[in-house]
Design a binder for this molecule. Structure first.
Ligand SMILES: *Cc1c(COP(=O)(O)O)cnc(C)c1O
Length: 406
């Protein structure tokens, strides 16, 4: 493969126009959109207008006049289209961690005779921490059982209340079989909660068709909503009336502005809302989601898979001294490579404008984000990596100084 071959792939790429919708800095190859999506070109103007006109001029009138009060549901309905969910089943709210707490808590209440939360040992830590903390809070003997991905199906027994998994593993990029696991969980009488942090906007998801019970997802990764963008949650319409959430805030009340003395849950997915939404962040998220809605997710998925293949072929062609971590037959939209000094290697890459990230203890992560990553970027990134590894420059001490965020 030559760089010209990759330039030809870019020329033939039906998604190549999408790159202009993002404001990417010159001299940077951004392979970390799986961790923080880049700035949509339209976001600064939208945010500025929300701040200066809607907030500055409209003041409190904007809750009605600019639809702030409906914004979380409106963006939720847009996200619903990306994850195969019915309108009225997705709400933007809180962080992914908090949404896991809310949904898991409600799910455990729906299976009072069961005590096990089943997850994957390598799941993203916050998902597991939240489950541990909730089990402790409930004080009713719930346990978190974590197993290897291949052991999930075998571990779904009659004691399992909830199967809580992330569809695409943040570390390895491994894609779980949502259809098969959801079916097995239901067969055993358990509920499922899927975390879509690395799937929403990255690949077609069919929450409705697969009869998924509950799901959460992240706004700042493949949805390009900006740092700390609010997250989303999904509740299957058939469960919405049954859900009893652990945080009963006024905006999940049936009539928030009646200011009644007692809590009465709202109908529908709105019940999962706690308090006032972050309007400025939500507006930024809407810009990112609108871009995702412009692209055919089938095309995005095809290009992402192809990019992963091309990237790993280039790594092999360059004879790099790294090991492939990602299972190529079942993967999301990232490629993980391992190297004993992955942290230092990634610091050099970043200094040279190739931005991926490091995940302890030894993984180099590279996100494939078809909306703005070009095939030639993969070529350039792999050859910078080859140079970094061959030169041994990562041995310089300064590259081993751990920073707070890796
Ligand atoms: C990124 C990510 C999160 C993030 O949770 P926050 O509450 O937004 O910090 C949660 N779960 C998974 C699987 C993730 O990848």
């Amino acid at each position: 493969m030559t760089r010209d071959d990759l330039a030809a792939m870019d020329a033939a790429d039906a998604l190549s126009d999408m790159r202009a919708l993002f404001d990417l800095p010159d001299g940077v190859i951004y392979l970390d959109g799986n961790s923080l999506g880049p700035l949509p070109a339209a976001a600064p103007a939208r945010i500025a207008s929300v701040v200066s006109q809607e907030w500055g001029t409209g003041l409190i009138r904007s809750w009605n006049d600019h639809g702030w009060i409906d914004l979380a549901a409106r963006v939720g309905d847009k996200i619903a289209r990306l994850v195969g969910a019915a309108q009225g089943s997705v709400m933007v709210a809180d962080s992914t961690s908090v949404n896991i707490f809310k949904l898991l808590s409600a799910a455990l209440r729906m299976r009072p005779e069961r005590r096990v939360i089943l997850s994957e040992a390598g799941n993203f830590p916050t998902d597991l921490y939240i489950a541990e903390g909730l089990a402790d809070l409930l004080g009713r003997g719930h346990t978190l059982r974590t197993v290897a991905p291949d052991d999930i199906l075998g571990a779904i027994g009659p004691d399992v209340a909830v199967v809580m998994l992330t569809q695409v593993n943040y570390h390895t990029g491994h894609l779980l079989d949502m259809a098969e696991i959801t079916k097995a969980a239901h067969h055993a009488g358990a509920l499922v909660i899927w975390d879509l942090a690395h799937s929403a906007g990255a690949l077609p998801v069919e929450l409705g068709a697969l009869d998924v019970d509950l799901a959460v997802g992240c706004g700042y990764k493949f949805l390009n909503g900006g740092p700390g963008a609010p997250a989303f949650l999904y509740v299957a319409p058939r469960l919405q009336a049954e859900m009893r959430y652990p945080i009963t805030g006024w905006l999940g009340h049936a009539a928030p502005f009646a200011f009644e003395p007692g809590y009465r849950p709202a109908h529908g997915v709105v019940r999962a809302v706690v308090g006032t939404p972050p309007v400025i962040s939500l507006s930024a998220l809407e810009v990112g989601v609108d871009i995702a809605l412009c692209a055919d997710l089938g095309l995005v998925r095809r290009k992402s898979l192809h990019m992963g293949e091309v990237f790993t072929n280039l790594v092999a062609q360059a004879g790099l001294d790294v090991a492939l971590v990602t299972p190529m037959a079942a993967r999301g939209s990232q490629i993980s490579l391992s190297h004993p000094q992955a942290y230092a290697v990634m610091q050099v890459l970043i200094e040279r404008g190739v931005i991926g990230d490091f995940r302890a203890p030894d993984v180099l992560r590279f996100g494939m984000t078809p909306l703005y990553t070009r095939y030639v970027d993969l070529w350039d990134a792999v050859w910078v990596l080859a140079d970094v590894l061959a030169s041994g420059v990562w041995r310089e001490e300064r590259f081993s100084v751990r920073r707070a965020v890796t």
